[in-house]
Ligand binder design. Sequence first.
Ligand code: IPD
Ligand code: CA
Ligand code: CA
Length: 264
Amino acid sequence: MSPINKDDLLNVAIEAALAASNLVMEASDRPRVANHKGITDLVTETDLKSEKTIKAIIRSFYKDHTILAEETGQDTNISDYLWIIDPLDGTTNFVHGYPSFAISIGLFYKNEPLVAVVVEMPNMRMYTAIKGQGAWCEGKNINCSDTKSLERSLLVTGFGYEHGENWDNNMNLFKQFTDDTQGVRRLGAAAVDICHVAKGVADGFWEYDLKPWDTAAGILIAKEAGCMVTDLSGNQFDINDNNILITNGHIHQNMVNNIERYLN
Ligand code: IPD
Ligand code: CA
Ligand code: CA
């Protein structure tokens, strides 16, 4: 049981996410200059400013908590509380002005997700969750879909920046699932994709090569909305796993069976 009240923790996460999302939205109207972390892996001044803002707000409340953030890594604090931050999920979309990007803040207590916030932009929808209490979008309770079969499902996936073996596997899976379902979407912001499954507007999400900050908030929002969350083999998901499968539960095993054929 966390000694700090969960609502208080969530309120800090919300304050940080809203400050950062306002900053990102203001920047989205100005020219956006990207630097390259890899050939296709972009970072902008806005990623850095957003991260600085989120960290400063969390630090102003909880100076001893550990923070792991995409652009600056993990600090040296040793604490049961671990904040995992993606200051701008979907940077490539942000740079091009494509309308799907997000702020993602997940708080773990003793290695278990405790509270989470994702702000989807540019439509400014806030998804929140508290362990054991539920998941919400704009304050309204959300639940995953009740779609029973793969044939009736709409799926979503993403492709990481490494164009290696997993990339090829995912291309094959993309084709397979496009054949077997009502469609597969590829929007480019994993945190948003996961929230869409939690909200029931998509039935399943899978991806290879993700990092903890892509999934830290989303997994709690998804679980609290009734989703099943595993790795791509159907085993229990650990935040350090780099592949993930999130579904409404009904289609999970069928997806695992298909994915099995393309796992290395
Ligand atoms: C990326 C997005 C994308 C996913 C990549 C991530 P970033 O995050 O979530 O949807 O396919 O694997 O790295 O770099 O924009 O924060
Ligand atoms: Ca990300
Ligand atoms: Ca990012």
